[in-house]
Design a protein around this ligand. Structure first.
Ligand code: RI2
Length: 320
């Protein structure tokens, strides 16, 4: 079953990157909807829900994942037959995947305009959206250079330098702790995002907030490239983004870790960069200051506070 396989691949990071996991989840739900053999709408609904829950549970931080699942699953809402539900779901999944790819293209176009000829850019982790801006600037003829971090412990920096190398962009590869040593050679920082909260804080790969703090201190601008489906609606009602803590084995080999009885290995995958360290968030809807996060959540994702009131009302009715 593709949903189980996809969930496993997202969990072990064979499929990774906030945008990619969102598209993979939408595709898994599409195939699942097509392959479910049942004439009962109730059974269809609950099987699709089971698949959705499985996908969402794989990685807790990237909000692109629940947002994609929610967008696709909303197709079941009005359906009166299995055939209607199936066709609405597949149509929504296809639309989401296409619009996600289109969004990255738009971000590339808008983001590249913020990169000047001669700029040296620093990026952290491996973000398709952030790299698309850099590659588009290079493609349009700007002479640019990039500094890319290693990104311990999973070393996503290796994917970044290989992509930049293939694009023919001059790149320096540095360890994460070398950012401050090189910040005076940097004109602009561009990173991606796993989630953007309603107050404009950016949740991204561990180390991003250190990069942002260093850039802020050195007065280097910081751009975040993030599709609108990376904004987190539930932060409107005070929910916090859960920071994924991954296995200690990613940091140290188990035999070493086990021999150090008094040592605990902590391995958070993400951190939070406050809005005041972010100059602009480049979305497919345009470049916006982080303070506009609520507008993006409401206008582009369709989640205003009214939506939550409606949900609360329905839940209260059920409780009575
Ligand atoms: P795009 C990644 O998470 C990184 O934190 C990256 O910055 C972010 O997703 C956004 O990536 P991970 O899956 O969607 O490597 O821009 O933990 O590709």
């Amino acid at each position: 079953m593709l949903v189980t396989e996809t969930a496993e691949k997202i969990k072990n990071m064979e499929i990774r990157g906030a945008g990619r996991i969102a598209r993979a989840a939408a595709e898994a739900l599409r195939v699942h909807a097509l392959s479910l053999e049942t004439a009962s709408l109730m059974e269809f609904r609950s099987e699709m829900q089971r698949g959705s829950d499985l996908l969402i549970a794989t990685r807790p931080t990237a909000v692109s994942l629940p947002n994609a699942v929610h967008i696709v699953m909303a197709g079941i809402g009005e359906a009166e037959t299995v055939a209607e539900a199936r066709s609405a779901l597949t149509e929504r999944a296809e639309k989401f995947i296409a619009s996600s790819r289109h969004a990255v293209g738009k971000i590339a176009e808008f983001g590249a305009r913020h990169i000047r000829d001669g700029d040296t850019i620093l990026t952290h982790c491996n973000s398709e959206a952030a790299l698309s801006c850099i590659i588009e600037a290079h493609r349009s003829g700007k002479e640019i250079e990039v500094f890319a971090t290693e990104v311990r412990p999973r070393n996503q920096g290796l994917i970044t330098i290989s992509t930049l190398n293939d694009a023919g962009i001059k790149t320096s590869y540095i360890v994460d702790s070398a950012v401050r040593s090189f910040i005076h050679e940097i004109d602009l920082v561009i990173v991606g995002a796993d989630a953007v909260t309603v107050n404009g804080a950016v949740v991204n790969k561990i180390g991003t907030s250190q990069v942002a703090h260093t850039a802020h201190e050195a007065r280097v601008n910081m751009l975040v490239a993030a599709e609108t489906y990376k904004f987190a609606p539930r932060t409107i009602i005070g929910e916090l983004i859960q920071i994924e803590e991954r296995m200690p084995g990613e940091v140290l080999p188990e035999e070493i870790a086990e021999s150090l009885k008094n040592v605990t290995i902590r391995n958070p995958g993400f951190d939070v960069t406050p809005a005041e360290y972010v100059d602009l968030i480049i979305t497919e809807a345009g470049a916006v200051p982080p303070q506009m996060a609520y507008v993006i959540i409401k206008e582009y994702l369709g989640w205003g506070i009214e939506e939550f009131h409606k949900i609360f009302e329905v839940n209260n009715r059920h409780d009575e």
